[in-house]
Design a protein around this ligand. Structure first.
Ligand code: ATP
Length: 591
């Protein structure tokens, strides 16, 4: 499944659903949220109290000149402010706390979901884009709850003020509030725009992550072709697009307040005119009118806060939509697996009429039949694109066959648990990948209980022990990103040590085509010999010694096994093999 970069837009019903989902994430923190709300009340009360105190200060200290009031009122003022400060801190901390915890939960869930998805998913979606979902999109959800709470709080304040306004002058209030719905139109319009821009900006950030990921991992190509300038220009272009979207976001964000203010001004202008007329006509007193106007003016603050919170919620909705696309989507399902745990000695691997294609237009494997018996050493040769890698990738179920079956010890691969199946196969590929962790942990990858001795033993068999001891911190040396701190041959030996340590009965090797110097090559070869000792192995062959030593060679072409046998036989019976032998293997050897 390919994830969408942009969404086509969400309806209000979907928004409500998303909101409900987000609220559910905050449910475990309800006590903290209630406490935060309680603190909000304290803040509001203390603010009101301080304001009220100004009146007492005026009347009691300055007008009545009361000494007791002079000593107590400043103290009460300081006390109230202290309480307000503590309550505000608690409120913010509780809200941020729950926001961060939700962030953590969603990130963990998202990561857990993504890492379980089949290899195919990673081919359809760029790594940078997935990274952006986990890092950026989730962050937006974090602010949704505090904003929602603020919206609720301010709505209540607004309602309270409305009661005052209606109480004082119902007729005028009716007209004043009547203007409000007109004010809501720009509000809705801006909200919609912001939501759309939010999605676009997240899409752009994802694009940039994809771009960066690609450039940094392909940095050697960039350097080799000296294209830094062009790549910088390409980045600048992407960056500029993001800025343009962000600028638009800023415009709409910043527009919302003045627009609301203007709507308010129109309302107040109208009220002044209408109320003034009432006073002049003798239908209302100036006192009621001014307290009415004061209450109406006080409505501005909550309305402004609601607008701001709404923008935040809109952004959160855009993020949530993209996150839940992965978490909820029924389209992406994890690979099905059986319940049989494979932990017996390897007996046989049988391909029965296996057909596979990556896409409908082209068949990569076409009715392949093969039986691999315990202890066999099988070499696969064939021109580029013949299907050799596809063939071996089906064994650990990186892909699933479309028709036919693959049987391990007589059982369909699908009957085994994925973990036990994958434990039974050790894979050493051309593209040696080492993690940015210690040498020891790289060798013992996937085995938390491994002993030092087993790691040393594997390293010795892979002829890696000596050079590891020469590294700055020996086995505790942390390998640089993609293993840049060690040589190509050493990297391969570490990968071989990892496979030896895994001790799986079935080995799949994709021999490196990139030539090492003859000494390094010889050591890698010896390491491979140790790895294959007493194991069943399937090797995508690039070295002459591999095909000469193989029990059986499979010749693949256009997704089919076109010939099989030993080297001498094949030289007689297969023209393709003879050609490959001369062009590829002998040529490699001479190099
Ligand atoms: P090489 O020796 O060049 O590595 P190969 O014999 O291993 O080639 P495969 O990689 O198995 O060949 O490819 C078989 C066919 O499947 C090719 O036509 C290739 O283009 C196609 N193919 C391989 N991998 C994918 C993929 N991930 N998505 C789509 N098509 C693919």
């Amino acid at each position: 499944m390919r994830l969408k970069l942009f969404s086509s837009g969400i309806s209000y019903k979907q928004s409500l659903n998303l909101m409900a989902r987000m609220i559910r994430y905050f449910a475990p923190y309800k006590f903290r949220i209630i406490l935060a709300m309680f603190c909000m009340l304290i803040v509001a009360g203390a603010t009101g109290g301080s304001a009220y105190l100004v009146k007492s200060a005026m009347d009691d200290i300055f007008i009545r000149k009361d000494l007791w009031a002079l000593s107590i009122i400043p103290l009460i003022y300081v006390g109230l402010d202290f309480v307000k400060g503590v309550a505000r801190f608690m409120q913010n901390y509780m809200m941020q706390y729950s926001g961060l915890c939700v962030l953590e939960t969603i990130r963990d869930q998202l990561y857990d979901r993504i890492i379980r998805l089949p290899v195919r998913f990673y081919e359809d979606n760029q790594v940078g884009m997935l990274m952006s979902r986990i890092i950026n999109d989730v962050t937006m959800i974090r602010n949704s709850m505090p904003s929602l709470v603020m919206m609720v709080r301010e709505t209540f304040t607004l309602l309270g003020l409305m009661v005052v306004v209606f109480y004082q002058n119902a007729e005028l209030a009716f007209w004043a509030i009547f203007v409000l719905p007109i004010g809501l139109f720009p509000f809705i319009y801006i909200g919609k725009k912001l939501r759309k821009l939010g999605r676009r900006s997240q899409g752009k950030i994802a694009d940039i992550s994809v771009f960066l990921q690609e450039i940094f991992s392909g940095i050697r190509v960039v350097k080799a072709f000296a294209t830094e300038k062009e790549e910088t220009a390409r980045f600048a272009e992407e960056n500029e697009r993001l800025v343009k979207i962000s600028l638009k976001q800023t415009i709409y964000n910043e527009l919302s307040s003045p627009v609301m203010e203007f709507v308010g001004a129109v309302g107040i202008g109208f009220v002044l005119w209408y109320g003034g007329k009432q006073v002049i006509d003798g239908n209302a007193t100036p006192g009621t009118f001014f307290s009415f106007v004061a209450a109406l003016a006080m409505m501005y603050d909550p309305v402004k806060k609601i607008t701001g919170a709404n923008n935040e919620v809109q952004r959160a909705l855009a993020g949530a939509e993209r996150v839940f696309e992965i978490l909820d989507s029924e389209e992406i399902f994890e690979q099905s697996e059986g319940s049989v745990v494979f932990n017996e000695p390897f007996e046989s691997l049988v391909f029965e009429n296996v057909t596979f294609s990556y896409n409908d237009s082209h068949i990569a494997l076409d009715s392949v039949n093969l039986t691999v018996r315990a202890g066999e050493r099988i070499a696969i040769v064939g021109p580029s694109g013949a299907g050799k890698s596809t063939f071996v990738n089906l064994i650990p179920r990186f892909y699933d066959v479309q028709s036919g079956r693959i049987l391990l010890n007589g059982r369909d691969l699908q009957e085994y648990t994925l973990a036990s199946l994958r434990r039974s196969v050790a894979l050493v590929s051309q593209d040696t990948f080492l993690f940015n962790i210690t040498v020891r942990d790289n060798i013992a990858y996937g085995d938390k209980e491994s002993s030092d001795d087993s790691v040393f033993d594997a390293a010795k068999k892979a002829f890696a022990h000596e050079f590891i001891l020469d590294l700055p911190e020996g086995y505790a040396t942390v390998i640089g990103e993609r293993g840049v701190k060690i040589s190509g041959g050493q990297k391969q030996r570490l990968a071989i040590a990892r496979a030896i340590h895994k001790n799986s009965p079935l080995l799949i090797l994709d021999e490196a085509t990139s030539a090492l110097d003859s000494e390094a090559e010889r050591i890698v070869q010896l390491a491979l010999e140790n790895l294959m000792l007493n194991k069943t192995s399937i090797v995508i062959a690039h070295r002459l010694s591999t095909i000469l030593n193989a029990d059986r060679i499979l010749v693949m072409d256009k997704g089919k096994i076109v010939a099989e046998g030993r080297h001498e036989e094949l030289l007689q019976t297969s023209a393709l093999y003879s050609k490959l032998y001369k062009l590829q293997f002998l040529a490699n050897e001479t190099e």
